[in-house]
Design a protein around this ligand. Sequence first.
Ligand SMILES: *[C@@H]1O[C@H](CO)[C@@H](O)[C@H](O)[C@H]1NC(C)=O
Ligand SMILES: *[C@@H]1O[C@H](CO)[C@@H](O)[C@H](O)[C@H]1NC(C)=O
Length: 224
Amino acid sequence: MSTMDRLPISSGPETRPIKRHHTARYYAHRVQESLTTRVSKVICATILTLVFLFGVIAFILWLSLRPHRPRFFVHGFSIPGLGQPTGFENAQIIFNVTARNSNQHIGFYYDSMEAYVYYRDQKIGSSPLVGSFYQEPKNTTVLSEVLSGATLTVNSQRWTQFMNDRGRGMVNFRLDITSIIKFKVTTWDSRHHRMHATCEVAVGPDGSILATSKDKRCPVYFTN
Ligand SMILES: *[C@@H]1O[C@H](CO)[C@@H](O)[C@H](O)[C@H]1NC(C)=O
Ligand SMILES: *[C@@H]1O[C@H](CO)[C@@H](O)[C@H](O)[C@H]1NC(C)=O
């Protein structure tokens, strides 16, 4: 309401005696004007309603899809024979990681999955993992591998470093799982992304994963 509507003595053009006799053209103009206003109001309301409905639908879709990134957990990681001074001669690293798709409706296509083991930020081993595969929603895949010989490069010098760390109670490693990943939502496939899961693991003097590292979730990030 404008102030004008509330004032008993209106200064509007209709109440002015001089302008009491309006021409037909004046009324036609006013009718046209109010029509235009009404039409634009209807258009505005329609657009707003559509935008609102679209928002509600998008929100419901998002709620039901609620995309979760892949979840990686490290369950096992060991170096048998860590206590033996000549252990480097047939060194092995055995790991067991699970990849879980916790989505209800989104599937994952994994391709070129590889594992890398780092010690003090230096790569000491790598190996391709399972070939390309599709992971259904609500499914868990076990990724376990044994690195040795050609896939693990541990010389006596490095082994001495392991032994020194072992003397202090633990040896720290980083296990990186990388993969090309694509997401599938019903019939729509996303583009390829490069995924990394980084597991920090510590093994104890017996060469097996420490309780503090076991079943820990590995942070996952994407680089494109
Ligand atoms: C790896 O760990 C999972 C979960 O603890 C277990 O179910 C599976 O049997 C293990 N696989 C191997 C090869 O150790
Ligand atoms: C996971 O997927 C595999 C292969 O498609 C299938 O054999 C298995 O039954 C699935 N597990 C669950 C819990 O759905």
